[in-house]
Design a protein around this ligand. Sequence first.
Ligand code: TYM
Length: 330
Amino acid sequence: KPRVFSGIQPTSDSFHLGNYLGALRQWVAMQDSTDALYCVVDLHAITVDHDPKVLHERSRVSAAQLLALGLDPERCTLFVQSQVPEHAMLAWILGSETGMGEASRMTQYKDKSAKQERTTVGLFTYPILMAADILLYQTDQVPVGEDQRQHLELSRDLAGRFNTTYGRTFVVPEPYIVKETATIKDLSEPEKKMSKSSASPRGCLYLLDEPNQMRKKIKSAVTDSGGDVRYDTEAKAGVSNLLNIYAALADTTVEKLEGEYAGKGYGDFKGDLADVVAETLAPIAARTKEFLADKAELDRVLTAGAEKARGLAVRTIAKAYKKVGFFPPV
Ligand code: TYM
């Protein structure tokens, strides 16, 4: 079975529809066909301002949401990054393989640092830590959204370079990006990707929103002055985004939906989509609460996951340490 690894940041109280359709749905689907490890990446989350208590709780809430979405600790390895110290150890090694120019080209760093009053070295080296996450587990495939493609490219370059310099050490990972849902757009500004930093309170739909709130957000989504439900990402970015969301959630295709809504207006279309969204996502909040109700059990599951992950991580660290001339960790 191919090895799969992916991660998500615990930087908000709820994941959003972009996270779900771009990545998390694939995580759930890949559990049986692959040997999958999924990680709540709290080390990445301290690269911007954070409150320690809030971060700690958000890591739990994140894990609970992943379980609620259908990750099953019997069929995949789910853990929190800070419980496996080898991530930071490998990041240090890879940092010394990365050129300043190469790291400076990362567009997400440029975007994020422009929004911060004070930019940290951690934010700058973030993609190197991400490469470490992936390479540590000899990963074949990484299910992510389009915004992570450049980081994946860096991971591949670093793996290849290290292998060339020191001899075969890392598997060179492939991105796994589903075209239709690679970038879910903001509901209010469909030129931008959906993200928690949306300028509009209705632009980002959270998995833990109340069903009525979800309905309102879909119904107030920006469309265009035309009237037909047709896919055209240039002229009809808003409608096209809603079509992608609808097709993914209802397990149908954009073409079929265009047929169904031919001659009908945006009102009908949005109303039906609002129902699909609310019905599909509503059970997640309730299930997340259930997983959070027993924190001791949740922490036990996560620690067991970390132990499994660590068993793999130490092997890669042993190899990489030897290759670069270090003494073995004691
Ligand atoms: P993060 O936490 O920002 O997002 C988690 C996942 O959601 C995807 N995503 C989207 N997909 C489609 N449309 C959107 N609007 C959208 N917004 C977010 C992201 O592409 C991602 O797959 N650097 C990563 C976390 C990470 C990681 C890793 C991922 C750390 N180490 C190792 C893979 C492998 C990040 O910040 O994702």
